[in-house]
Design a binder for this molecule. Structure first.
Ligand SMILES: NCCCC[C@H](NC(=O)[C@@H](N)CCCCN)C(=O)O
Length: 525
């Protein structure tokens, strides 16, 4: 009789791709919630109700009422006695508007009305950066990595999904509640509570992120690793793309900014359940791996020791990847938080479409990240891909900063280039980490990288929000906001790009010296 050779569950193609899909779905829900507020910046930073018209323009309710009343008085029409409550879907209004520098009478029909929250750009920046506060200031990501390597995938994953869900609920509660003028630490109570929820959510999302990375390396090492990591990132980008593309429509339809968050929390609940399903597979994989080791007479896998962290800290290649991650991602994710408003004010895109242009970025990466990942698996050239992506990031931000070509189609082209850059670097960077750091310390290694990266994710939105308020906001003589000049904020993003180029070049040189294998294919022939 033929002897049955013991195999690991991960040796089965179906099993490992199923495991990948399940955990990627959980991450996708997390990414949706991370970016769901970005298209709402304009709504959040407008006070009172915002009225949207069928021609895709929008205006604050107060300024609409005064314009309509002014028009009625100037034309000796009977006063419409308009109130905010009377502004509803289908209502037709006439008033004067400046079109191409000339005063014209316009007649518009209301398509929807939503409540603005009256936050300042500084408050919006503070809220957006909150994702990283607990990770950075309470060192939670660092501890999360150690918990992952010590307590294992199942415990850590369930814990972190729980944090994500709890944080999402707090954020939703804050956004759906009217706190009046209650202030805390000089900011509106709503901003503080929403930021707290986002901070707890961010801690959960990042620890889930390192757990999922470790899961993928566990199932795909020596197989289609870069492709698998690329596919996970691609699915995550679907979450971002849906958030950027649909969030404003949902908020407008429901009349409140809290609804997109509520839908995200419901999706996250399903993501949590899908992680529990993965846990069953993980248990089976561990059992089959143990059986293989026993059959081959191998000893128990060595556990993680704190002393192992020394190996990570002493690796120059590891630090270069970490710094590259900090600079590159500081130029992308925080940019996305401000990109919708950039489209409205620099490229004159109607607010209802403005979120669609930044949404092109994740959409492009959905296809390209696995393509570049698979390229890296088969032909290598990881370090080179990172250099090209960093150069593209820099060029894109320089183009956004320059006061020229303020056409919507140009913004679309530039955003597509950014999408290519945002596929190149992640598809090469993440699979390069296991080439420098062994599996045993991988959880901690990813955690340290994410930790440093989170410093950027937390601080850059705060910086940009403050810069927009103090240096980019244009006002008329009465102090009313008339527009924004994005040159300084975008130059800051371009500087991150330049740093990424320098670091990726240094990584290429270090790889040539130390032979990490970043330019070599991942798949063993
Ligand atoms: N296997 C690692 C995949 C990481 C993907 C990477 N995510 C991050 O870097 C997160 N720490 C930050 C996510 C912030 C979400 N807006 C990515 O490219 O998304």
């Amino acid at each position: 009789m033929k002897e049955q050779i013991q195999q690991k569950l991960s040796d089965s193609r179906v099993a490992r791709w199923t495991a990948l899909m399940i955990v990627s779905f959980t991450m996708m829900c997390g990414y949706f919630l991370t970016d769901v507020m970005s298209p709402l910046e304009n709504l959040l930073t407008t006070k009172g109700k915002v009225v949207y018209f069928t021609d895709d323009t929008s205006i604050s309710a107060d300024s609409l009422i005064s314009k309509v009343e002014l028009f009625a008085a100037a034309n000796a029409l009977s006063s419409p006695e308009l109130t905010v409550e009377k502004l509803e879907e289908g209502a037709e209004l006439q008033y004067m508007e400046t079109v191409d520098g000339q005063q014209q009478t316009v007649q518009k029909t209301i398509s929807s009305v939503a409540s603005g929250e009256g936050w300042s750009s500084t408050e919006y920046g503070f809220f957006s950066g909150a994702y990283g506060y607990i990770n950075v200031f309470l060192l939670m990501l660092f501890f999360g990595g150690i918990i992952l390597d010590k307590m294992g995938i199942r415990f850590t994953g369930i814990m972190s999904c729980g944090f994500m869900f709890a944080g999402a609920l707090i954020k939703w509660y804050a956004l759906s509640t009217d706190f009046g003028d209650t202030m805390l630490f000089g900011m509106n109570m709503q901003v503080i509570l929403a930021a707290l929820g986002f901070a707890i959510f961010g801690m959960g999302a990042e620890i889930t992120g390192i757990t999922v990375s470790k899961i993928i390396v566990k199932w795909f090492a020596g197989k289609e690793l870069a492709l698998a990591l690329g596919l996970q990132v691609a699915m995550a980008r679907i979450g971002t793309a849906i958030a950027l593309g649909a969030s404003l429509s949902v908020a407008r339809m429901m009349g409140n900014v809290s609804y997109p968050v509520l839908f995200g929390a419901i999706a996250l609940c399903i993501g949590f359940v899908s992680f529990l399903v993965y846990c069953v597979m993980d248990k089976k994989e561990d059992a089959s791996a143990l059986a293989v080791r026993q059959e081959e007479g191998q000893s128990e896998e060595e556990g993680f020791r704190l002393a192992d962290l020394k190996l990570i800290f002493c690796s120059k290649g590891f630090w270069l990847i970490t710094l590259l991650c900090l600079m590159f991602y500081a130029g992308v994710f925080p940019f996305l938080k401000f990109a919708t408003k950039l489209m409205i004010y620099k490229y004159d895109v109607p607010e209802s479409f403005a979120g669609m242009i930044p949404a092109l970025l994740p959409f492009g990466t959905i296809l390209l990240t696995p393509v570049f990942g698979s390229l890296y698996d088969r032909i290598g050239r990881g370090a080179t891909l990172m250099i090209i992506g960093s150069v593209m990031l820099t060029v894109v931000h320089v183009l956004f900063a320059l006061p020229l070509m303020n056409y919507w189609w140009f913004a679309v082209v530039v955003m597509i280039v950014l999408g290519i850059a945002f596929s190149l670097v992640p598809s090469a960077m993440w699979p390069s980490v296991p080439k420098i750091i062994p599996m045993k310390q991988l959880g901690s290694a990813y955690a340290i990288i994410f930790y440093i990266q989170n410093i950027g994710l937390a601080m850059v939105p705060v910086l940009i929000g403050w810069v927009i308020d103090d240096f980019a906001t244009l006002r008329d003589t009465s102090g009313a906001i008339t527009g924004y000049n994005y040159s300084i904020p975008m130059t800051i993003f371009a500087v991150f790009g330049v740093c990424a180029v320098v670091i990726s070049l240094m990584l290429r040189v270090d790889d040539a010296k130390k032979h990490y294998g970043l330019e070599e294919a991942n798949m063993k022939k």
